[in-house]
Design a protein around this ligand. Structure first.
Ligand code: HEC
Ligand code: HEC
Ligand code: HEC
Ligand code: HEC
Ligand code: HEC
Ligand code: HEC
Ligand code: HEC
Ligand code: HEC
Ligand code: HEC
Ligand code: HEC
Ligand code: HEC
Ligand code: HEC
Ligand code: HEC
Length: 442
């Protein structure tokens, strides 16, 4: 066999190995190092037959039985540096690259896969030779991580971003999820962490035990940031049912972006009526609020603005019917201070304080406060005896159809005048009241 005579090992650079072709070609023959010639993707210098940049002959004889006539021209990555000197200069450098362990991943001569790797498109086996594979076997896996396309997001060598990412986390995610990006740009409301934080604030990029590879199950994920709401839901006497049932927060909110304020799919009232527009919600069924509002002459002030939450806390409350203050459940209740906070947080605070008044209510006969008479005195009638909470066909939110009293609807027969009014209720005979010229009752 013909001896090899190597030119200087300082022979670096691409221009030079062309000249060694003849020598190299004689190393790789059917008898000698046939494994190298059989490679589907030989490394460029190997393909050119240039062995010298990497191997220096130390002993004239070759082959030497039981001995070595070549040594590597340099150690580790120094072997590659002369031809590939651009790698490892960015802010974040992968540890094995930093330590010049190029051959930890690449086969120096070539391979049957591209990039001198022993793996194909599925890079996981390569990565798992150093990294733990456990996180990649979660119950819910992200497509590209599941198939080992680590390179879709990570650069194997270096990056200007943390975790060797090919861009910021958002850029990386939105590059593939372009439809998401498009929809988000067109949305009226974007959740601040989705707009400003990396998507990894909520998602694990690889996989997790939670559906959609969320970092935590719902609603804990949301409550992790929205601690106040977490406290409300955990501590209130009555959490709103949908908040604590399947779907949780997502029953009303989008996690990312939405058409309407509050990350709601539609305006707030539309969301509420989406569930409360039925006759069979709950046992016993709650009133159908859509029906209560439909075609009514008068809508209660906040409802004119579509604001159900002005009175109800959508997440939960300590009070009757999720109201934001005290309001009694029974039809009759002995009066005490604070009992009607739910109403009086918006209405005249002194409505029920004085038996005589000239200013705090129009429901009076002369100076006699008829709210006081009905609500504070004796039996303690609740507001609902006379007023509807949401809407009415009569004036002053007083029902034309009558108030529910057991099985019966008490007619109220209410009418107003310039200076007073009259009622002919099922409770007593018809009475008039007049603020200017007090009626005299028998
Ligand atoms: C880019 C650098 C590089 C080039 C070019 C190169 N080699 Fe190597 N070669 C290496 C390295 C590095 C090792 C040590 C591999 C290891 O320890 O796994 C090696 C090992 C070897 C070995 C011994 C171990 C084995 O793989 O069987 C032989 C034989 C060999 N090379 C032959 C050649 C021949 C012949 C050529 C030219 C056609 C050549 N090499 C070109 C880097 C190179
Ligand atoms: C952790 C494994 C790993 C290490 C260590 C590594 N590489 Fe790579 N390298 C890869 C992978 C994977 C690819 C394929 C890149 C792709 O899929 O886009 C690659 C591609 C390459 C390429 C071709 C594409 C390009 O980026 O230019 C070169 C050249 C290269 N590596 C050289 C090196 C050198 C030189 C070193 C040592 C300083 C090194 N690599 C260390 C994994 C590694
Ligand atoms: C003598 C010069 C030379 C040396 C030394 C050298 N390479 Fe290369 N390498 C090349 C050339 C030339 C290419 C082809 C570049 C191209 O196609 O753009 C190449 C390509 C590669 C590729 C890409 C292969 C592909 O399929 O695209 C990798 C990976 C690589 N080299 C890794 C290494 C590693 C690792 C070392 C050190 C062990 C090394 N190279 C040493 C010249 C060299
Ligand atoms: C030769 C061993 C080795 C291989 C192979 C390897 N890594 Fe690494 N990698 C390390 C070491 C060591 C660290 C640094 C220690 C750590 O942070 O866990 C690291 C760190 C990382 C980091 C974190 C970087 C940072 O700064 O936060 C990422 C991401 C990473 N590797 C991805 C990959 C991917 C993707 C592959 C497969 C293409 C891969 N690694 C293959 C050894 C390796
Ligand atoms: C869809 C994009 C994507 C894919 C695919 C992907 N990763 Fe990651 N990876 C990330 C992001 C984003 C981070 C940073 C996580 C963070 O900020 O906490 C990361 C972090 C890492 C880290 C650093 C340690 C950690 O877990 O935080 C390692 C190691 C890692 N990835 C390895 C891999 C390997 C191995 C694969 C392929 C099996 C892979 N990744 C596939 C996006 C991806
Ligand atoms: C390389 C492209 C790619 C990148 C980068 C990418 N994804 Fe994906 N993602 C996919 C594919 C493909 C699916 C599966 C789509 C399907 O099932 O319709 C998917 C699915 C998802 C899903 C589940 C969707 C569903 O309906 O099941 C979530 C959540 C997700 N990705 C979040 C992310 C996040 C967060 C990032 C950034 C860390 C990211 N993706 C980066 C390609 C990508
Ligand atoms: C505040 C937490 C949070 C953040 C931040 C977040 N997500 Fe999500 N993501 C979720 C939740 C929760 C789901 C499950 C579906 C649902 O309930 O709306 C989800 C589902 C998804 C889905 C599948 C369903 C769909 O809506 O298409 C994709 C894709 C997705 N997220 C991508 C992203 C991307 C990309 C980012 C970053 C721009 C991101 N997510 C940021 C919480 C979040
Ligand atoms: C990483 C922290 C974080 C997580 C996790 C998070 N949020 Fe938020 N969210 C915010 C911040 C910051 C704001 C804006 C300030 C505020 O209103 O508290 C916000 C605002 C909101 C708003 C009000 C938006 C508006 O326009 O009025 C809603 C509704 C909301 N988040 C729901 C959710 C839901 C549902 C989840 C769970 C899928 C969730 N959030 C998870 C940080 C988070
Ligand atoms: C039944 C529907 C519903 C459910 C379920 C629900 N919310 Fe809300 N949430 C609302 C409405 C309605 C608003 C008021 C939106 C607006 O008009 O600004 C709101 C407002 C918010 C706000 C804005 C700040 C505030 O306190 O008003 C946050 C944050 C929020 N919700 C988080 C959550 C979280 C976290 C969950 C799950 C634990 C959840 N929501 C479940 C209906 C709901
Ligand atoms: C996803 C469906 C859904 C949405 C949206 C929804 N609710 Fe409810 N709501 C329910 C269910 C279910 C109950 C409990 C029914 C039962 O079991 O009695 C309930 C109960 C109530 C109750 C009575 C609570 C009690 O225990 O006395 C009020 C008041 C209420 N909801 C108001 C609202 C308001 C205001 C909105 C809009 C901010 C709204 N709901 C949105 C499903 C919904
Ligand atoms: C001005 C305050 C106020 C506003 C605004 C308001 N509600 Fe109410 N709501 C009440 C009061 C008070 C009750 C208790 C009625 C009673 O039992 O007398 C109630 C009761 C309910 C009930 C329980 C019905 C039943 O079966 O007893 C539901 C459901 C409800 N409201 C939904 C809504 C929805 C949906 C909206 C928005 C369209 C809304 N509320 C707006 C004050 C209000
Ligand atoms: C969130 C504030 C708010 C709460 C709470 C509230 N209201 Fe009202 N209410 C209004 C507004 C606004 C109007 C419209 C006032 C106007 O048109 O001058 C109104 C109008 C009325 C009217 C008709 C007055 C008129 O002159 O036409 C009555 C009666 C009434 N409310 C009773 C109640 C009762 C009973 C409650 C408790 C169950 C209550 N309100 C809770 C805001 C509220
Ligand atoms: C016995 C029937 C009756 C009861 C019970 C009743 N109201 Fe009235 N309320 C009226 C009448 C009648 C008017 C109309 C007075 C007028 O304008 O002539 C009225 C008017 C009002 C008004 C408009 C402002 C005013 O005072 O003139 C408010 C607000 C109001 N009521 C709140 C309440 C609240 C809150 C309760 C329960 C604490 C309640 N009402 C209980 C009959 C009643």
């Amino acid at each position: 066999m013909k001896m090899l005579s190597f030119v200087s090992t300082a022979l670096a650079g691409l221009a030079l190995f062309c000249c060694n072709q003849a020598l190299g070609a004689s190393c790789v023959t059917t008898e000698c190092h046939p494994g190298i010639s059989a490679l589907k993707y030989p490394h460029a210098p190997v393909k050119e037959g240039d062995c010298a940049p990497c191997h220096t002959q130390t002993v004239k004889e070759h082959p030497v039985k039981g001995g070595k006539s070549f040594q590597l021209a340099a150690k580790g990555g120094d072997l590659c540096k002369d031809c590939h000197d651009g790698i490892g200069k960015k802010k974040v450098v992968h540890a094995p690259v930093q330590e010049a362990e190029c051959t930890g991943c690449h086969k120096p001569h070539g391979s049957n896969e591209s990039f001198l790797l022993e793996v194909g498109e599925d890079r996981s086996q390569l990565c798992f030779s150093c990294h733990e594979s456990a996180p990649f076997k979660a119950k819910f896996m992200h497509g590209p991580a599941a198939v080992g396309s680590c390179n879709a997001c990570h650069d194997p060598h270096e990056s200007a971003e943390k975790a060797l990412l090919k861009g910021t986390v958002r850029e990386v995610c939105l590059k593939c999820h372009a439809d998401f990006d498009q929809a988000m740009k067109g949305a009226a409301v974007v959740h601040p962490p989705v707009r400003d934080d990396p998507c990894t604030a909520c998602h694990d990029p690889h996989g997790s035990p939670v559906v959609m590879f969320l970092k935590n199950k719902m609603p804990d994920l949301c409550i992790g940031c929205h601690k106040g709401i977490g406290k409300t839901v955990a501590n209130v006497k009555v959490p709103h049912k949908p908040v604590v049932s399947d779907g949780g927060c997502s029953n009303c909110h989008s996690a990312h972006y939405a058409k309407a304020k509050g990350l709601l799919a539609s305006d707030q009232m539309g969301v509420c009526l989406g569930c409360h527009g039925r006759d069979d919600l709950g046992t016993p069924p709650l009133k159908n609020i859509s029906k209560q509002l439909e075609g009514k002459k008068m809508l209660h002030g906040p409802i004119q603005k579509g604001d159900c939450k002005a009175c109800h806390d959508p997440h939960g409350s300590d009070y009757f019917r999720l109201l934001r203050g005290s309001y009694p459940a029974p039809l009759y209740v002995p009066y005490k201070d604070g009992l009607y906070d739910a109403c009086l947080k918006c209405h005249e605070k002194n409505l029920l304080r004085f038996a005589e008044t000239t200013i705090y209510t129009k429901f009076r006969n002369g100076n006699r406060n008829l709210h006081y008479v009905h609500v504070v005195n004796r039996k303690g009638r609740t507001c609902r005896i006379c007023h509807e909470p949401h809407a009415s066909n009569g004036d002053k939110l007083i029902s034309k159809e009558g108030t529910q009293f057991g099985d019966w609807k008490i007619p109220i027969g209410f009418a107003t005048t310039e200076t007073g009014g009259s009622c002919a209720p099922g409770c007593h005979r018809k009475f008039k009241y007049d603020r200017v010229k007090a009626e005299v009752y028998q």
